[in-house]
Design a protein around this ligand. Structure first.
Ligand SMILES: Cc1cc2nc3c(=O)[nH]c(=O)nc-3n(C[C@H](O)[C@H](O)[C@H](O)COP(=O)(O)OP(=O)(O)OC[C@H]3O[C@@H](n4cnc5c(N)ncnc54)[C@H](O)[C@@H]3O)c2cc1C
Ligand code: FES
Length: 511
């Protein structure tokens, strides 16, 4: 045993179902029991710092309680994003039933470089783009990586915009970057802050807005979505905002400084997260949307009603089954006119009615009707061309039809599969979709994917927002929605790799 190792626990005291947090000095360490052995890792999730001991250990993996980032128990390596790298490891040993851990982290395993001359183009420096660059190196690719796009010099966590930035809890400049900027030089990623204006899949050539061209061996298109303005009179008046990037959020935050009354158009996740933020600022907030109940299509009506009541309880008003007919104002919006003739006074309007895939620059392949890019299970759209994230029309495991899913972790799951395949592997998408959304201080988890569930079975108290709800389709659990059930959803994130009956899902959630 190294003399510097410190005794941190008794083996017999470590449970098998979850990790145990200990400290060596100021360093938090996660002890994970693996039969009669113990692994020691950093205890805070490398994504956003969740306490990993509150997650789950299942199927040989550690699942983070917050956004379900997943790591191998055996070596801490990354299995599922949104973390972009594995856990820091510490040497551990057991003597006379005592667990000893070194306070010094182990060096990461060096990987053999593969292929040094090829050029990989990553178009879009967002969720998928960041994950793809890091994964290309993880996969052993040693050649040139070009990351193109103008959004920000370092990719950042745009999910914070509608949760913390609009609420005034986080200045736009403090939105967390997805990685340390030093990684660009450490991993030799060429960051070109210029958009791709043309990409010809048949010639494997991209033209950038700065006038340069990139001849690539493989390219990943991960340019996300462009929010769509409303097509009604007055839509170009000042103080009518869309929300996709940090500049949009900054513009909204400035406008909110002089805002007493706001209208949110669209009872979407972004629309209702924005409503939650505006109420925190005591702004009178009205949501206008065409459907009867928010999220009923995704979650079923009962859960949709719960969301609506949660918002109403916190002072949000709704005009459901209504559309905007026009905006009126003198230079800036003053009134929102609905299709039933109602006039609503508003200083600020936020439109959250959906995005269109940002793919108009792509040629040499047929785009889908909605502008999406059809990919196979390896995220391949054509020879040398891959797509990931909001633009990708892919097939879920065991499903027949392609769909686009606009979730952060799905974009990064796609990117990891695509990057491995760009580097010469043959991986397929086997992930479980996961999404989180944040309203009035509560985080809701959504696992799997289903539209218009046949039945919804709720364990727990829906109205107290402490529940797991199983969304059933054709007698199987298609998806799960939950609140304040982090360990159960962490276990389900792994278990739902298989198709589950309700009983099997309940059993898996119990652990
Ligand atoms: C405000 C907000 C909150 C959200 N909250 C959540 C959440 O809580 N949970 C969740 O799961 N999902 C959330 N989402 C959805 C999630 O952010 C997206 O699904 C995810 O970012 C998609 O990743 P992507 O890489 O496909 O696209 P993006 O992350 O949007 O990245 C695409 C990048 O490509 C750039 N680009 C566009 N055109 C070009 C071009 N021609 N050339 C080069 N670059 C280009 C864009 O500027 C952008 O930087 C949220 C989205 C928004 C807008
Ligand atoms: S904090 Fe662990 S995945 Fe986000």
């Amino acid at each position: 045993m190294q003399s510097s190792m410190e005794k941190v626990a008794r083996l017999a005291d470590l449970p098998l179902q979850r990790g145990t947090r200990v400290k060596i000095g100021e360093t938090p360490i996660l002890l994970v029991r693996d039969g009669d052995a113990v692994h020691a890792y950093t205890a805070d999730c490398p994504h956003a710092g969740a306490p990993l001991e509150k997650g789950a250990l299942c199927h040989g993996r550690i699942v983070c309680p917050w956004h379900k980032g997943t790591f191998e128990i055996s070596d801490g390596s990354l299995v599922e994003p949104p973390a972009l790298h594995g856990l820091t490891r510490y040497a551990s040993t057991i003597e006379d039933g005592d667990v000893y851990v070194s306070p010094e982290p182990l060096e990461p395993d060096a990987r053999a470089p593969a292929g040094g001359t090829a050029t990989m183009l990553v178009a879009g420096a967002g969720a998928a783009g960041a994950a793809a660059c890091v994964t290309l190196r993880e996969a052993g690719f040693d050649g040139r990586i070009v990351l193109a796009g103008t959004d920000a010099s370092v990719p950042y966590d745009r999910t914070a915009l509608s949760k913390f930035v609009l609420a005034g809890d986080m200045p736009p400049g403090d939105v967390p970057p997805l990685f340390d900027p030093a990684l660009f030089s450490a991993q030799r990623i060429e960051r070109v802050e210029s958009d791709v204006v043309a990409l010809d899949a048949s010639k494997r050539r991209a033209q950038l807005a700065n006038g340069t061209a990139v001849d690539y061996d493989a390219a990943l298109v991960c340019t996300g979505g462009t929010p769509q303005p409303l097509d009604v009179p007055g839509a170009k008046l000042a103080n009518i905002h869309l929300l996709r990037n940090r500049d949009d959020a900054s513009g909204i935050v400035d406008a909110l400084k002089h805002c007493r009354r706001a209208v949110i158009v669209g009872a979407s996740f972004i629309g209702l997260e924005a409503a939650s933020c505006l109420r925190k600022r005591n702004i009178e907030t009205i949501v206008v949307a065409p459907q009867k109940v928010p999220f009923a299509k995704q979650f079923g009506e009962r859960i949709g009603v719960m969301f609506k009541q949660l918002h109403e309880h916190n002072g949000v008003s709704f005009r459901m089954e209504r559309n905007v007919a026009a905006f009126e104002g003198d230079g800036a919006v003053q009134t929102v006119v609905l299709d039933d003739g109602e006039h609503i006074a508003a200083d600020v309007v936020i439109v959250g009615t959906g995005v269109k895939p940002a793919t108009s620059f792509v040629s040499g392949i047929a785009l889908a009707d909605d502008g999406g890019i059809d990919v196979d299970s390896g995220m391949r759209a054509a020879p040398g061309l891959f797509a990931a994230g909001d633009v990708a029309r892919f097939t879920l495991p065991r499903a027949q039809t392609r769909l686009r899913i606009e979730h952060w972790r799905v974009a990064q799951q796609h990117a990891r599969v695509a990057a491995y395949n760009m580097a010469g592997a043959s991986r397929v998408y086997e992930g479980v979709p996961y999404f989180w959304t944040y309203h009035f201080g509560k985080r809701f988890d959504y696992l799997g994917h289903v539209t218009e569930p046949d039945d919804v079975v709720i364990d727990g108290d829906l109205d107290a927002q402490q529940f797991v709800a199983y969304l059933l389709k054709d007698g199987k659990v298609g998806a799960v929605v939950a609140c304040e059930r982090e360990d159960q959803t962490a276990r389900l994130a792994e278990a739902m790799r298989e198709t589950l009956t309700l009983d099997a899902a309940r059993e898996a959630a119990k652990g």
